[in-house]
Design a protein around this ligand. Sequence first.
Ligand code: IVH
Length: 700
Amino acid sequence: MNLVNRSRELSRVLNRQAPSDVESAEAQMLIAELVDVVTAHAGRYHDQDDPLISDAEYDRFFEFLKALEDLFPNYRKPDSPTRRVGSPPVSAFEKVRHPDPMLSLSNAFDSDGLRTWYRRCVSGLGLDEHFPLTLTAELKIDGVAVAITYVDGLLTGGATRGDGRVGEDITENVRTIRSVPLKLIQPVRMGLHEQNRIEIRGEVYLHNSDFDQLNRRLAQVGAKTYANPRNTAAGSLRQLDSRITASRPLSFFAYSVYTPGANVADSQSGTLVWLKMAGFRINEQARSFEGIEPVIGFCEEWTTGRSTLDYEIDGVVVKVDSLEYQASLGSISNAPRWAIAFKFPAREETTRLINIVINVGRTGKITPEAVLEPVEIGGVTVSQATLHNADYILSRDIRIGDTVVVKRAGDVIPQVVKPIEDARTGGESLWEMPTTCPVCKNPLERIEGEVDYYCVASDCSEQFIRLLEHFASRGAMDIEGLGSKLAMQLARKDLANTLDDIYALSRSDLLTLEGFGEKKADNLLEGIRLSRERSLARLLYGVGIRHVGQITAELLAMRYESARSLSEASEEELLRIEGIGSIIASSVTDWFSLDQNRALIDALEAFGVNTHRLAEEAAAGGEDLPLIGKTVVVTGTLPGMDRKEAQDLIRRRGGKVAGSVSGKTDYVVAGENAGSKLTRALELGIPVLDEAEFLKMVYG
Ligand code: IVH
């Protein structure tokens, strides 16, 4: 029966009785039918913009369904459209670990960047340089990445990206997004996946028109408006009350599928087709191309074409189409080698530079900052922008009072690009780098070979405030509630002068601070207590070693067993690590050469803060190991080593040993009398190596 007839039939049934008259046996069938029909009508209304029934009739079906579900809660179905309305607020989001980390992307800012990336892919795959590699280019939606889990075809979970490894459980909020199916249309092929679990990733975003409308609505009721569609999507997704999320017109584009054990397709383009069949919206602008040149054309087209869309995009994501090639290219640190984001040129505006002020960073680095006449750039009001360093200002002849070009590139801090000399009136004044720290008044120093000036006073309060704020930040020790305001309070009250001091804070200390009650104090103490268990990488990043960002900290934590063993490393030794150059190496050894820093590590350790590498960091070690990220199965009798030796070798060279062959297997090492595992590998097209080939691969 088609939808029109089914709806008519339903209307007749509903006309005959009130929900309370419906008997149990009938209720179950009626609920099932209403779920189907209401879902279908919602789809026609929202996705196809082509409703078949009136809003009033739709509402009647919906209300009847809700009433029946209330009367017969046991019959309520997990994919019922009534679940989209949200549920009462939760006090906080639970943390969820992503089974596969949610990676970010490397960027290219011009066609040469794309070409370089392409050449690396081709050579990384061992292909001839003229081999036309198939690429899929997708618009880079400027929204919020989410991972949605389905078990046996039903939506069971939704999570934010978080730090890529651990995100927040926003299942109830995700359920409210109409373009996210509560049930997959295409049943996941049985048996292929562990527990039939499948994870879909994509971008939650807001249409520009919906954003405008929402902001108007918020303004009307005197509520705070949002700066841009992206912030709105992020803010709406992070509502503890999912009924608020439900009231926001969020949309979702799906772009990838993760399944333990097997893929739903063998290419990115195939994955998009599968996603569509499964009931997701995909971005229809995606295209596949042979080689990089047509992709460059596509990127250029969208650089100007983006203004025609009703949603924000900030670039184009280019992916190697074949999943087999993706797997063999693998990932570095936190980005895949098989994909790159082409970023559109930043948006620029002009405004007046009112003043230049000095900002003291956590490492003592001095950054001149422009105070600007507020200007809107790409939907965000900008009133401050970085001027990087003194050389930057001098070389561009930027003066106070100038009209300047200000650029905002995505999430990056706005920057002053250049002055408009023609707009000068003669009233502009030259700026000079101060010789002393504006906060502690100690002399500033310029380190040889670097452009930056530093306040090197170890007791500069501003520096410490920034350092403490950084130490507690999400990417570092992740201490909830310890932000810039509290860092300042703690420093001003002399409750913290070094980082370890926070581990000695007591409830009564905190109660002396403005705005602190018992509950807030206890929450903070709990946050501080939890931070003792953080990884070595977070600690190394958190203590604020100059030039040691998150990725460098991870690299160091992979190589060194503890902060102490790192403190003993020489510059030469550090330089041998791929990804670490002389600036970082000397910065690390300099940092550890100071008594106060070694004392800090000792003090943190004495307070029970973890200063050792966690097992998972050790496991991630050695990115240059040949089998990193690879799963290998050994089968049969090898001529020169026994099974255990081969498996140990795989592990030592960074690989994972698996007992059975599946779609996730990268290589099968086969010796004599290899049986069903070899057959399976051949069926699945997984590369099979003999002992000699295996040794060549692991030792090069
Ligand atoms: S693929 C490992 N495809 O861009 C590859 N990402 O900087 C992961 N994004 O966090 C992403 N549109 O939120 C991919 N078509 C698209 C995308 C896309 C937007 C976002 C995503 C991710 C960020 C990466």
